[in-house]
Design a binder for this molecule. Structure first.
Ligand SMILES: [Zn+2]
Length: 218
């Protein structure tokens, strides 16, 4: 298994988190060998590696699962190098996860989304999107839209954190669907890539008392 992080620093962070998870779980700790750049399970011949999103560092991969993080930001070449490697194993999967950045159409995530919309029956691509797309006329702090767009809300996504970045403190990104998108892509040879786009984050600002049910835009 391979995780593609945006840079060396992010790769180090993800590796340390995974390493810590192993340390805290007795069953895992007894089976997993930890190295500075990988976790391995010798008995199964399996490994877990986190690599930076640099094409030359990703050449020659042979994985069953590759997770491409920040697919709204990584270069197209990075995704292509990873996706091309799915041909080495019959059931390899690429899971692309991301939040839309500027010029979505020019990003890995945007291209996957466009393909999913144009070819909804393509078995090589599975797209899962959490977004408030279609409700762009709702106010940016609409409860309904926040819930649609943010499945992690109230879990590992704090409402006060969202409220703190409401416009005008941050720009609205009108060019993106409001909410989160999760596409999944299954290349023709059996691989699959999934991407998630977190779009505009919308929810009632807790500092602003709700102004009647109409505020929910339902
Ligand atoms: Zn709404």
């Amino acid at each position: 298994m391979v995780v593609v992080a945006t840079d060396e620093r992010q790769a180090g962070i993800v590796h340390r988190v995974a390493s810590r998870m192993v340390e805290l779980h007795p069953d895992l700790e007894s089976r997993v060998q930890q190295y500075a750049d990988a976790l391995t399970v010798p008995a199964r011949g399996s490994s877990f590696q986190v690599l930076p999103a640099v094409p030359k560092r990703l050449e020659g991969l042979d994985f069953t699962l590759a997770i491409v993080d920040e697919a709204g930001r990584v270069d197209q070449e990075v995704y292509e190098v990873v996706a091309l490697a799915t041909g080495k194993q019959a059931a390899s999967v690429v899971l692309a996860i991301g939040t839309p950045g500027p010029e979505l159409d020019q990003t890995v995530l945007g291209r996957l989304r466009a393909h999913a919309i144009d070819h909804p029956d393509d078995p090589s691509l599975v797209w899962r999107e959490h977004s408030a797309a279609g409700f762009e006329d709702h106010p940016v702090d609409c409860d309904h839209c926040w819930e649609l767009a943010n499945p992690a809300l109230g879990d590992f996504l704090a409402e006060d954190g969202l409220a703190a970045v409401l416009p005008p403190k941050m720009r609205e990104r009108e060019q993106f669907p409001a909410g989160a998108v999760v596409p999944a892509h299954r290349p023709a040879r059996g691989g699959m890539a999934t991407a998630r786009i977190l779009g505009r984050l919308r929810r009632r600002h807790p500092l602003h008392p709700r102004r009647g049910r109409g505020r929910r835009c339902l």
